[in-house]
Every structure is written in structure tokens, then in C-alpha cells.
Design a protein around this ligand. Structure first.
Ligand code: GLV
Length: 311
């Protein structure tokens, strides 16, 4: 039997679904909430925002699996047992739905959805002239599995896409740039900016107020990376002064977004409750099972995270 310590970062109400999915693959999989004493014996941890210090108490632990694509939630635990391999989920289904979210919010903005919805309330049947989007310059920051799916889809719609990453990625079909100089250049020359970066010490607060103000006037910003990558007050200012046309955000420094947060009052900032791509047990269970089998047979599982690089 394999004992899996589970924590969904919430009320653990999803534990039954995860267990049922795992049982379809392997009748020997048993789930226990991480916070339960019995989890002390677990060999596998399947977790999202685990309570700090708890994973270090699991003395038989062989694998930590993030319950999402990001692993930044794990680094918040200063006692995280770093000698244990950590894997993140890489799921084509999640990449696809996330890229659909990006397209939905971008096209809604470009086709003036907020304007027409506001006119509906007053039953005003009036038109704005259409934006020319052919060859519109779009920068995608972060071009791993998700960013590449986003960039490829945008290219199909004839946007002029450039992907940016800290290091060069092989075999990409779209333009790519790397490094700090290129980052500054892309910021200054692209009309749409899409952040899909992992949260690491080098991407924290990457989008400062100065960076937002360097974007061309009227630019649009989309964030499905992490809230901590942006200076929220700086973004708000850039939108409220009319420098940016607006933003669509799926991630925030504090989640749930607090009631009193000024973003709620700014109509030009579209707020999404971290739903751009939700972890789907049905589509990711196979890779989790494969990772467990790999660890148990002494092989290195796929998508192991480098704690130094932090992703
Ligand atoms: C969601 O934010 C994830 O990391 O999967």
C-alpha cells in the first residue's frame, strides 16, 4: 500500500475525488489528510500550501508533489525537507485552458467588451470604431509549457508575439528574447503584456510602477503568474492615471483578494479568483502515479523542481 498525505490548501473537501481518481490506476493507493497524525507514515505528499513545518515531520517521505503547476507555495515553508524530490504538474489540459483564459480576457478587452456591457445597462446601442489587431505586438513573459501554448495560440490569431524568458528555450516556433535588456525593450515596445512567469526571487516584484509606466500609453496587462510579481499599487496608479488601458488579473498578493482592496473599485481591472487553470485530478493523476512509480523503483520522476532555481 502507498500512503499519500494530502492537503488541498483549503478544507480538503477534494480528497475523495483525488482518492477515487488514484484508485482507478492503482487499488493500493491510500489517502490521508496531511494534518492527520496517521500522515506521519506517508511516503508521498500531494499538497498545496501545506502547513509550515509539517512535511519535515514525515520521516518516511520520498516525494513531494505540488497540487498545481506552481511550486512557490512550498518555498514559504522554511523547514521544507529539500533533500526530498519535489515535482510540479505539467498538464497540457491546464496549459490549454489557461491559454483560453488569456484569449478570453484579451479579446474581450480588444473588442471593447467592458464598454458594450456598460452601455447595455442604459440600453444604449452605440458603436466604437474597431481596433486594428493585425500584427499587434504582444509580449509573453514566461515561455514554459503554458507560455508557449499562449504564444502559439496568439500567433495563430496573427498577433506579433515575442516570448521572454530568463534563459533561451530550444525548439520554439515564435520569436523569443532573453535577459534584462530584452525585458526592458519588450516592455517599451509591446502593446499587450502577459505575465505567466513562475514566482522566484528573481521574478518577485518584476513589474514595478516604473515598468508599468514604461509600457506604451494605452497598453494592457494580463497576469496569470503570481500576484507577488507585480507592484499592485503601481499597477493601480498606472491604470488610474490612464497610462494603461486596464488589466486582467487572476492572481493577487493576497488571496482571496481582501474586501477593502482598491482593485475592487477600479472597473478597468478585471478580477478573476485564481481560476485561469484549475488543477483537474482526472487529467493530472496519470503523471502523479508515474512519478510515484518512478520514485518507488529508484528512477527520477519527470518535472522535478530545482530548489535553487525555484521552479
Ligand atoms: C495555479 O496557480 C497553479 O500553480 O497551478
Amino acid at each position: 500500500m502507498t500512503l499519500i498525505a494530502f492537503h488541498d490548501g483549503n478544507d480538503n473537501s477534494s480528497i475523495g475525488d483525488w482518492h477515487n481518481c488514484a484508485l482507478k490506476f492503482d487499488k493500493e493507493m491510500s489517502f490521508v489528510p496531511l494534518t492527520n497524525k496517521n500522515a506521519d507514515q506517508a511516503e508521498i505528499a500531494l499538497v498545496w500550501h501545506p502547513p509550515k513545518g509539517r512535511l519535515a515531520e514525515l520521516k518516511r517521505l520520498k516525494l513531494i508533489c505540488s497540487l498545481g503547476q506552481g511550486v512557490d507555495h512550498l518555498w514559504k515553508d522554511l523547514n521544507l525537507p529539500l533533500s526530498i524530490p519535489i515535482i510540479r504538474l505539467v498538464d497540457p489540459n491546464m496549459s490549454r485552458v489557461l491559454s483560453q483564459w488569456v484569449l478570453a480576457v484579451l479579446l474581450d478587452f480588444l473588442r471593447d467588451g467592458p464598454f458594450y456591457r456598460s452601455k447595455r445597462e442604459k440600453r444604449e446601442f452605440c458603436k466604437l470604431s474597431e481596433r486594428d489587431t493585425f500584427g499587434m505586438k504582444v509580449a509573453v513573459y514566461g515561455i514554459g509549457a503554458i507560455g508557449s501554448a499562449v504564444a502559439n495560440n496568439l500567433e495563430k490569431l496573427e498577433f506579433r508575439v515575442t516570448g521572454w524568458a530568463q534563459t533561451k528555450k530550444p525548439k520554439l516556433l515564435f520569436r523569443q528574447e532573453t535577459g534584462t535588456g530584452a525585458f526592458q525593450r519588450l516592455i517599451a515596445t509591446n502593446f499587450v503584456h502577459i505575465c505567466l512567469l513562475p514566482l522566484t526571487t528573481s521574478t518577485k516584484k518584476l513589474f514595478t510602477k516604473e515598468i508599468f509606466m514604461k509600457m506604451p500609453k494605452g497598453a494592457y496587462f494580463i497576469n496569470a503568474g503570481r500576484g507577488e510579481q507585480i507592484d499592485e499599487a503601481g499597477l493601480l496608479d498606472a491604470v488610474q492615471t490612464g497610462h494603461l488601458s486596464g488589466a486582467a488579473l487572476d492572481v493577487f498578493c493576497e488571496e482571496p483578494l481582501p474586501n477593502a482592496h482598491p482593485f475592487w473599485n477600479e472597473q478597468k481591472i478585471s478580477i478573476w479568483p485564481h481560476v485561469a487553470a484549475q488543477t483537474n485530478p482526472e487529467t493530472v493523476i496519470e503523471q502523479i502515479m508515474e512519478s510515484i512509480y518512478a520514485i518507488k523503483s529508484g528512477r527520477i520522476p519527470k518535472n522535478v523542481v530545482d530548489p535553487i532555481r525555484q521552479y
